[in-house]
Write a protein that binds this ligand. Structure first.
Ligand SMILES: Cc1cc2nc3c(=O)[nH]c(=O)nc-3n(C[C@H](O)[C@H](O)[C@H](O)COP(=O)(O)OP(=O)(O)OC[C@H]3O[C@@H](n4cnc5c(N)ncnc54)[C@H](O)[C@@H]3O)c2cc1C
Ligand code: SF4
Length: 461
């Protein structure tokens, strides 16, 4: 261990850009047994592991599994890594590590943080390849829990309940499980087979998956309350925010999720809605978060003539993962920072551009973010055939929530007790984006785990 002075941080190899743009396959080639041990050996095993205590929302046993894999004990590393996380091979791929575990790593200050995410993904990939399995006891109790929604929050809650031998029925309105892991995050960041594999594991462990069932419409929430010992709600927040610009309803203005879902459905073999065909078109994406990055990189792979990101603040203030921003730059996306869109320009019913005004960053405001100042006289037009709005998400109105008196805040987010994810209603728990607003897969996973342990406690298991 502690080889960091002569053993550099190395990222996993990436596919060549020209090749990458031809498909939706994952761009990283994760570590082999030798590379993963070499990278893990860099860890200094500091007394206060900030990576775990402060950086990781799941407080994963990072130094412990780094030590195990550095000693080439794949089984120990795999067991430790899967002890606290419901899907380490997923989060190792998609967490914005620079803001989480790696940003808190002692070596980040000068030497280059440990490649925690890539090591985490590699451990479980290598272990599955070697035939190792996660231990589940099978259904050993008479209790059963209903989980509404099959995204990271729902998967996590189901995983930890199944590990305690509790029967889980999961209800998902979509035709495939996984929530945004399946229909939001594109395959070049997260291979869809990885999600399929996790669901196969959960089904073997005792999960019953009810696909194409919308709770509140196809089955009543009352029925779930009556028939199950507890209900976990993990219904996400996927209603695209409006830009409030005139012309937003034009057929060549897309909401990010509609665009991404339509492409992913085609990749799964469904009919393509040609409205979303961006081949040979100039595409402008408005927004600077993970969703914007995914739309930009998807449009590149779909053969757009040009792909431009319009973001009203500067690069330093971009909320998306740095790793994905650099990947987008490598892939040929043009970034226009400090450009605030003011109007969609439409000629004879067709989008021809976006009017924008330049901005400058000012003093920090009460919310900690720098003020954005518009520069007078800097108005100009950016040509576009298609505009994609990636401005964040709100919660959908789901009638069963108010009908059951589940307490929400002014934004419609379900209110829970932080320590248990319990709502104001007996036996009902909630977590993930539906209680935090659009956030991260890892925080949704943490909520699912919190709720699962509270449910076990309440059911005296
Ligand atoms: C394009 C995009 C890219 C992203 N990239 C990243 C990233 O790189 N890293 C990261 O950490 N996070 C990323 N995120 C955020 C992350 O995906 C979410 O924070 C996370 O998926 C939230 O999990 P969840 O389980 O709360 O909700 P979701 O994943 O939204 O799952 C909710 C599920 O509930 C189902 N559902 C809703 N209502 C009902 C109902 N009434 N009955 C039955 N089922 C219902 C939905 O169909 C859905 O499957 C991204 C998000 C988007 C949109
Ligand atoms: S779950 Fe995310 S934050 Fe935690 S160790 Fe893994 S990559 Fe880092």
């Amino acid at each position: 261990m502690q080889s960091f002075p002569f053993n550099e941080r190395v990222e996993p190899e990436k596919q060549e850009v020209a090749l990458r743009l031809k498909n939706f396959k994952e761009i990283y080639d994760f570590f082999n047994n030798r590379q993963v041990a070499l990278q893990a050996e860099r860890c200094v095993q500091c007394g206060d592991p900030f990576c775990s205590d402060i950086g990781c929302p799941l407080s994963n046993y990072i130094p412990q599994w780094l030590e195990a894999i550095a000693e080439q004990d794949i089984e120990k590393a795999f067991r430790l890594s899967n002890e606290s996380s419901p899907f380490p091979e997923v989060l190792g791929r998609i967490c914005p590590q620079n803001r989480l575990c790696e940003g808190a790593c002692t070596l980040d200050d000068g030497y280059g943080a440990i490649t925690i995410g890539a090591i985490e993904a590699s451990i479980t990939d290598l272990a599955f390849k070697a035939g190792l399995k996660i231990d589940f006891p099978g259904v050993t109790t008479a209790k059963k829990v209903a989980v509404v929604g099959s995204g990271p929050a729902g998967i996590s809650c189901a995983h930890f309940l199944l590990r305690a031998g509790i029967k889980v029925d999961m209800f998902e309105r979509a035709d495939k499980p996984g929530g945004l892991l399946t229909y939001g995050i594109p395959g070049f960041k997260l291979d869809k087979e990885i999600i399929e594999n996790r669901f196969n594991i959960l089904k073997e462990a005792g999960l019953t998956l009810h696909l194409g069932v919308k709770v509140g419409e196809d089955i009543t929430f009352d029925k779930l309350k009556d028939e199950y010992d507890a209900v976990f709600i993990g219904i996400g927040a996927t209603k695209g925010k409006s830009s409030r610009m005139e012309g937003e309803d034009n057929e060549n203005v897309f909401i990010a999720m509609d665009f991404l879902t339509s492409i992913q459905k085609r990749l799964f073999g469904a009919m393509f809605d040609h409205k979303f065909d961006v081949r040979a078109k100039s595409v402008v994406v408005i927004g600077g978060g993970d969703t914007a990055m995914d739309c930009l990189r998807t449009a590149m792979r779909e053969g757009a003539k040009s792909v431009t990101c319009l973001y009203r603040r500067d690069e330093a203030n971009m909320p998306g993962s740095k790793k994905e921003y650099y990947n987008a730059v490598e892939e040929g996306v043009q970034f226009l920072f400090n450009e605030s869109p003011t109007k969609l320009v439409i000629d004879k019913d067709k989008i021809v551009g976006v009017d924008a005004i330049k901005t400058e960053m000012g003093e920090k405001e009460d919310d900690g973010r720098q003020k954005m100042i518009e520069v007078k006289g800097s108005e100009h037009c950016i040509p576009a055939d298609v505009v994609i709005m990636a401005l964040g998400f709100d919660l959908e109105d789901q009638k069963f929530v108010p009908e059951n008196n589940i307490k929400c805040n002014d934004w419609g987010e379900l209110q829970v007790d932080e320590k248990t994810c319990r709502t104001n209603i007996n036996k009902i728990y909630a977590g993930g984006d539906c209680r935090r607003g659009a956030d991260l897969a890892v925080t949704a996973a943490a909520d699912g785990r919190t709720a699962a342990f509270a449910i076990m406690n309440d059911l005296l298991i």
